[in-house]
Design a protein. Sequence first.
Length: 337
Amino acid sequence: MNVVRAFPLIVLATALTACAGKPARSDAPAASTVVPASSAAEAPVTADTSMAEATPVTPVAAPPAAAAASPAPPVAGADTDAARTAAATAPGGDDDFDALYGGTNNTGSAAAYDPWEPFNRKVHRFNNAVDRGIARPLATAYTHVVPRFARTGVSNFFSNLRAPVTITNQLLQGRGADAWDSLGRFLMNSTLGIGGLFDPASKAMVPRRNEDFGQTLGAWGWRRSRYVELPFFGPRTVRDVFGLAGDIPLSPIRRIEEDKLRIGLQGLQLVDTRAQLLAIDDLRDTAVDEYSLVRDAWMQRRNYQIENDLRSKRDRGHDDANSPIPVDAMPMPQWTH
């Protein structure tokens, strides 16, 4: 019945694609924001777990520069509506259509293409309200009450549970050697690491990789995709919405039939995820345009992940410690009951 559980996400992804239409065929506008590929500012609540704890980088930490570089916010003295209309009608909107139905304009780009910005900003405000009212206080209390070694064990545990998703997507990308490493890491941490609470595989120099179906779609050719922010799930692209549906059947947590246990684990994973993002709260709170900062940083990091997948194993850079928030961290009903 995993297909039934994935049905709402599939319907949402199809609706987003239908709304995209088929604009003029051309390249997306270039973004001038410079963000190192291995770090990113995330969205609230279910913000992308795509950052290691406490790793904000100086180029990102200059809020005025980040906001000024974004194409979305209006320039002083300029017409706000005209600026946003220009962004919404910018070329490059056919990328998602070509990726789904075939086309030649599927080359990669680090540009943040955001024609749905008015809608995304409304969702972002909603996510921020939930974050400041619920998620951030819970994460703060969690870090004050739970010792650091225990929080590390919780993070290791959930990271280890992501192994089936990572291994499957590495195989789908044709990366057998990486899949073998990830399998060895999973077995080592599940046994010697006592169910993944400890991480002996890292001490044994076994590389940590994190993959999801959104990255697999990118490796298959869907390089660029328009930006969309989802309630609770945070930053995504249309491509990654399809990826969420693909990851659902691979989630070990979602296979737990006992509702109390499953939802309890999902809640703990969300709190752990938010606790890892506390280090960048000051950066986000002082940004001139926090929405643009989150969007540009997340999009550039996501593009880096996909481009990194396309490199040979020898030339591939290090993966971040976390991937975008997995669908198994969101409490959702079991319609089969």
